[in-house]
Design a protein around this ligand. Structure first.
Ligand code: COA
Length: 374
């Protein structure tokens, strides 16, 4: 007989093995292949971390240069994909656009063998920012943006297409940090979705398309967008405190707080919070950042709940002029590395993931004749 469930949401249950990351176990609380995320965010660019996660080692200078050159050469979008993007309405959610974009790419550039998994992943890493920005700029500004920029980094490429000009160094740097922080997080909901899909020996685009769907929800990646919507409604730190107290009284969930694994703090918060503060000073903000800090204080004081990675990402992205609905797609641009690496890991040692359920339904019974049914 199957073991009884110890808790809802599979909490605390080991559902497989990974050599990719640890959460809440060592260092500041999050490590990628043995390196502390704090160390990586301080010393690396996102492309180095993507290389580390996908290939197992930090690249040396020539490997990094070659990897960036490869990614730069893969930013273009096929005409058929651009046509699909042009048909998606302006009021669609960008996560749905990305889900469709990824799926369409899989039709046009199918992964025909697992030998192609690295190239297929690199292609997605290079062109997801193009997909988001091509649709966004076309549907909002009527512009067919040039997606083949010569920007050095994935984050720079994204900001360039979004704003129509080369990004400032500070903004490109924040994008590196942000993408590093979001890159990988063990068996979170979207990664688990990708691994379940991979365990059926499905293709990479299907695994990533499913993962995008899981990340979209406000309990997961959608929290950065939801947090922004909330803090935007606060006019000052005092206003934030008053309204948050009301929300807590009504037992509302406050997005951007709490975590399924971390119990006292999310190591990513300290890092992105510092960058949010720098960006606030840069734009001369005296509302959003103090509001965010007060929210953090109130939640800790009242509920012992702490900011997760998403909370200060909201203000940081806002200070860089990024529209709120694009927050979660940025998460995708980054987490794609973790998803793909997990798919590769699953494929290398696969057994179809098929847990059991605890049955709570009716006892066995005969089918009554139709005339005897209520
Ligand atoms: N706001 C208000 N209360 C919260 C909360 C939040 N953000 N997060 C947790 N709580 C409360 C729960 O209501 C619960 O209270 P209860 O015992 O009185 O019912 C208690 O804290 C325990 O939390 P729980 O929901 O069991 O944690 P979980 O492991 O099931 O869920 C999250 C973890 C992340 C889904 C949850 O904290 C949450 O919904 N956070 C907001 C969404 C978010 O920011 N997601 C991004 C995660 S990186």
């Amino acid at each position: 007989m199957a073991k009884q469930l110890s808790g809802a949401g599979l909490r605390g249950q080991v559902a497989g093995k990974t050599a990719l990351s640890t959460v809440g176990k060592s260092g500041s609380g999050l490590t990628y292949r043995g390196y502390d995320v704090k160390d990586l965010a301080q010393n690396c660019q996102f492309e180095e971390v993507a290389y580390l996660i996908l290939k197992g080692k930090l690249p040396n200078q020539s490997e990094l240069d070659a990897y960036k050159t490869k990614l730069r050469g893969m930013r273009g979008l096929p005409t058929a994909l651009k046509e699909v993007l042009e048909r998606i309405p302006k009021n669609a959610h960008p996560m749905d656009v990305l889900r469709t974009g990824c799926s369409m790419l899989g039709n046009l550039e199918m992964e025909t063998s697992f030998d192609e998994q690295q190239d297929v992943t690199d292609r997605m890493l290079a062109c997801f920012p193009s997909i988001i920005c091509y649709w966004y700029r076309f549907s909002h500004d009527g512009v067919r943006v040039d997606v083949e920029t010569d920007d050095d980094s994935i984050g720079g490429h994204f900001l360039h297409m979004l704003h129509g000009e080369k990004p400032r160094e500070l903004h490109e740097q924040v994008m590196h940090v942000s993408l590093i922080l979001y890159a990988e997080h063990e068996f979170n909901a979207s990664t688990f979705t990708a691994r379940v899909c991979a365990s059926t020996l499905s293709d990479m685009h299907s695994c990533v398309t499913g993962a995008i769907g899981s990340l979209r929800g406000p309990l997961h990646g959608g929290a950065n967008e939801a947090a922004m919507e909330m803090i935007q409604g606060f006019t000052s730190a005092d206003d934030a405190e008053e309204k948050m107290m009301g929300m807590l009284e009504r037992k509302e969930k406050i997005m951007g707080f709490g975590h399924a694994i971390y119990s006292e703090s999310d190591p990513r918060n300290e890092i992105i919070k510092q960058w949010s503060e720098k960006l606030a000073a840069d734009v001369g903000d005296d509302v959003l950042y103090p509001v965010s800090v007060r929210c953090e204080e109130v939640m800790w004081r009242e509920k012992k709940l702490f900011c997760n990675a998403d909370f200060f990402h909201a203000s940081a992205y806002n200070f860089m002029g990024i529209p709120t609905p694009l927050f979660t797609p940025i998460f995708v641009m980054s987490r794609l590395t973790g998803w793909a690496a997990h798919v590769m890991e699953q494929r290398a040692d696969n057994r179809i993931i098929r847990p059991s359920a605890e049955y709570t339904g009716e006892e066995l019974r005969p089918v009554p004749a139709i005339s005897e049914r209520a």
